[in-house]
Design a binder for this molecule. Structure first.
Ligand code: EPZ
Length: 421
């Protein structure tokens, strides 16, 4: 398992290109199952999760070719000869459950393994099931697999989501594109990845309105055609790299970044003392003079503060002036980075879904362990301003969501190297 060695250093300078969004690509790729015609995604990120989704779609009979060094995913689902999404692939990546809605809509049946829990939580699928059953699907859990069928096809319905679930909104929206009649999803997720999926589905001939708001209306159509769609910029990679100059000082321009992708994250950066400026190429980020100020953070569905940036924000607040309180409201176990940051000298108390961070002057390098995707990058950010050397182990977590992280951070002056083992 590779490790990454980071040595604390001074201010950063330069530009970081922000890739296409992992969490958009992982829902756009299953959309190929909705049409017999080819779907091509450009600006795709080069990540292990994309490889896993490629493996899953290929196991169903789709043809997926990664072109131009992986930045283009050319897909054709003309021949889908398997309707079973196997546990061995699904357990590696929860987003595999996003083939359920498209397969039901296209084939009328699907067998998809439940993903099982992951490090940050149980990750149930009750909202996906409730929504698809409202469209007329019959879904039964047997031997850890969801057996879903819609022999008479899917029918439009009004669905009230108990929670603005991103995945459930995506599965229901994709299924509804080929259902007979009108579907309305209330309390729908509003993330930019939902808007990106709706944009791609409209390019394929779907009739969707209201994406980005909490009520989405879909008029079912008989079939969808092929399309070419650019994957939206990754707002979580963007927010992650904006925190690099915030933590280390200096000034960095995040190419392709837009404030509209970030919701409450930018307000919190401003309150902490970080200056963010939109340029022609992206977002320029610099620490205003003086120490970072403590801020309180509560994670919420978009446009609230993103849960996927909570760990990275905690890395910033470890050396802020004052005490910050972070509330994790989306997942039940998403503070695993806290004990690792404590090994570096951070002063953090975790009680259930609340972490209280008492700012210290500076962290000290130490051997630490990555536990999940976002926790791993939070440790790297903290290490970049710590005294001495930090070794981050189990960085396979990192490669799921960040392409070439040591190259991108190295190019702006970080002392970071990957050690193959
Ligand atoms: C998506 O996961 C993202 N993953 C997650 O990013 C992100 O953290 C999450 O949305 C919230 O923004 C992808 O897009 C591939 P949810 P998803 O359904 O769809 C509960 C990362 O680091 N829930 O909005 O699984 C669930 O347990 C990953 O890139 C139910 O109770 O998130 C959780 O507590 C991590 N029943 C909350 O809702 C359901 O049927 C949010 O889940 C579905 C979800």
């Amino acid at each position: 398992m590779d490790s990454i060695i980071v040595r604390g250093n001074g201010p950063l300078k330069g530009q970081i290109p922000i890739a296409g969004a992992k969490n958009a690509c992982l829902t756009l790729m299953p959309a190929t199952l909705l049409s017999e015609e080819p779907l091509t995604l450009t600006n795709a990120p080069r990540l292990s999760d994309i490889k896993t989704m490629t493996e899953l779609l290929s196991s169903l009979g789709a043809e997926v070719s990664s072109l131009q060094d992986g930045k283009v995913q050319a897909m054709s689902s003309h021949n889908i000869d398997n309707h079973i999404a196997d546990y061995d692939i699904v357990r590696k990546m929860r987003a595999s459950n996003l083939v359920l809605g498209p397969m039901l809509a296209r084939l009328g049946h699907a067998v998809v393994s439940l993903p099982g829990g992951c490090a940050i939580g149980a990750r149930p699928m009750d909202l996906h099931i409730h929504g698809l059953e409202a469209l007329g699907a019959e879904i039964e859990l047997k031997d850890g697999y969801l057996h879903a069928k819609a022999v008479k096809g899917l029918k439009g319905a009004t669905i009230d989501l108990a929670f603005a679930s991103v995945g459930a909104t995506e599965n229901i929206m994709m299924a509804a594109t080929l259902a007979k009649g009108t579907t309305v999803i209330n309390n729908a997720a509003r993330e930019p990845e939902i808007v990106d999926l709706a944009t791609c589905l409209r390019a394929m001939g779907a009739q969707i309105e209201g994406d980005g708001s909490s009520s989405i209306e879909i008029q079912g159509v008989d079939r969808l055609h092929g399309a070419t769609h650019p994957v939206v910029t990754d707002r979580i990679e963007l927010g992650t790299y904006m925190l690099a100059p915030a933590i280390c000082g200096g000034e960095v321009e995040c190419l392709g970044g837009k404030i509209s992708l970030l919701g409450a994250f930018c307000e919190k950066l401003d309150a902490a003392g970080i200056h963010v400026e939109e340029t022609e190429k992206g977002l320029k980020v610099a620490r205003r003079n003086g120490r970072i100020q403590a801020v309180d953070v509560t994670t919420e569905p978009f446009p609230g503060f993103p849960t996927d940036l909570q760990a990275q924000m905690m890395a910033l607040l470890c050396t802020a002036e004052g005490t910050s309180v972070l509330e994790e409201k989306i997942f039940e176990n998403r503070f695993m980075h806290a004990p690792e940051l404590t090994r570096m000298g951070a002063d953090i108390e975790v009680h259930g879904g609340t972490a209280t961070v008492h700012g210290v002057k500076r962290l000290k390098g130490a051997p630490v362990m990555a536990t999940d995707l976002r926790a791993s990058v939070s440790l790297i950010l903290a290490a970049m301003a710590a005294e001495g050397e930090t070794i981050v182990n189990r960085v396979y977590h990192l490669d799921r969501g960040y392409e070439r992280v040591e190259e991108k951070l190295g190019n702006i002056g970080a002392h970071i190297e990957r050690v193959k083992s």
